[in-house]
Design a protein. Structure first.
Length: 355
């Protein structure tokens, strides 16, 4: 149907008050309501001729019309929301990544909706469904995967459905097939740390290995052990103690290790919060860090600035990792991409030279 001509008198507001409606803008511009909606709110399916678009925008300005955010989202098929799903926002590792995502999303004109799963893969799937129903423009998931093929396959299926409906996805952590991912170099970072500590004289080693089912924990402890084995140092199985990826998990795992036969001269915890808990457990046992037990971690979280002695660790650029995930999720690409992020050893007072 041809659009009607412009030039009608401005549609008055009811009683001189009230919110101007899109229907009034359409009437003022002399176009259909559908054309006015597409001109103002945008559309993922049909474009409006430039002359009609200018006519609608001029009418909206004359009437002081404010577009409705929900209507814009319905017209475009997507909001300007980026959903960020993390495993534990209380963990400084994830809060740093979240800061990077929020900063980069703000620069891109998006807002971030944050959800924390408490490392429950079922909650992760539920949050994805919620964000899809809310027409989030993109979803970023930060955190290591679980050692469960069925769970990971279900996650891929849910995200594939979301992408088929126009959403975009990026991960921070271990990659999954078909999904763009910011990939921290956990294995090389752990191996480099093992070699550096071996160079300082450490041969008697224990490991706080994190959860058995967590791929990040597995990758870090396996690479650390393999690097030491190449140097002729074997870590006995009874000195590799699993535990939650938390401060209390590190404390409990370290307590278990100290109750075993002999006390290792060095303990590597697969993340910093576990290492902080381990240091407390050592002191509670009447031992000294690093005089009796040296401790090292992984991540270089900001709260280490207040830990004494300073904790040896492997530094990841966590804020930058969050920032890198945003363009992966928002920018069009020919296919899924992986963005590697390096890790660097930081030696501090918790692991002095002993040879």
């Amino acid at each position: 149907m041809a659009e009607q001509g412009a030039g009608r008198p401005a549609a008055p507001r009811a009683g001189g008050r009230g919110r101007v409606t899109l229907s009034q803008v359409a009437q003022e511009a002399g176009v259909s309501l559908a054309t006015a909606s597409r001109a103002i709110n945008g559309s993922s399916e049909r474009r409006v001729r430039e002359d009609l678009r200018e006519r609608v925008l001029d009418a909206a300005q004359r009437l002081d019309y404010s577009p409705d955010a929900n209507a814009q989202a319905m017209a475009r098929g997507r909001t300007d929301t980026v959903g960020l799903i993390v495993q534990d926002i209380a963990d400084p590792y994830f809060s740093a990544i979240a800061a990077g995502v929020i900063n980069a999303a703000d620069e891109a004109g998006c807002v971030v909706t944050l959800a924390t799963t408490h490392r429950d893969p079922v909650r992760e799937l539920e949050f994805i469904a919620t964000l899809q129903n809310q027409r989030a423009r993109a979803i970023i998931i930060a955190g290591g995967r679980v050692e469960d093929a069925a769970v990971n396959e279900r996650l891929r299926d849910v995200l594939a459905t979301y992408q088929d409906r126009g959403g975009r996805v990026a991960l921070v952590g271990q990659p999954l097939p078909g999904l763009s991912t910011v990939v921290p170099d956990n294995a090389h970072g752990s191996a480099d740390l093992a070699r550096a500590l071996h160079g300082l004289g450490y041969r008697d080693v224990g490991i706080l290995a994190g959860p058995d089912w967590h791929t990040t924990a597995r990758d870090r402890q396996a690479a650390f052990r393999d690097a030491l084995a190449e140097l002729g140092v074997e870590v006995p199985a009874d000195r590799v103690v699993p535990g939650d990826f938390t401060r209390d998990g590190g404390h409990a795992a370290m307590t278990t290790l100290l109750r075993g036969e002999g006390t290792p001269r060095l303990v590597f915890a697969v993340n910093d919060v576990m290492a902080v808990g381990a240091m407390s457990a050592v002191r509670e046992a009447g031992l000294d860090v690093p005089g009796d037990v040296a401790v090292a971690g992984f991540d270089d979280i900001t709260t280490l600035r207040d830990v004494a002695p300073g904790l040896t660790t492997v530094a990841l650029p966590m804020v930058e990792m969050g920032r890198l995930a945003v363009p992966l999720a928002l920018d069009p690409a020919d296919g899924p991409r992986e963005v590697p992020v390096g890790a660097s050893v930081v030696l501090r007072e918790s692991t002095p030279r002993i040879d």
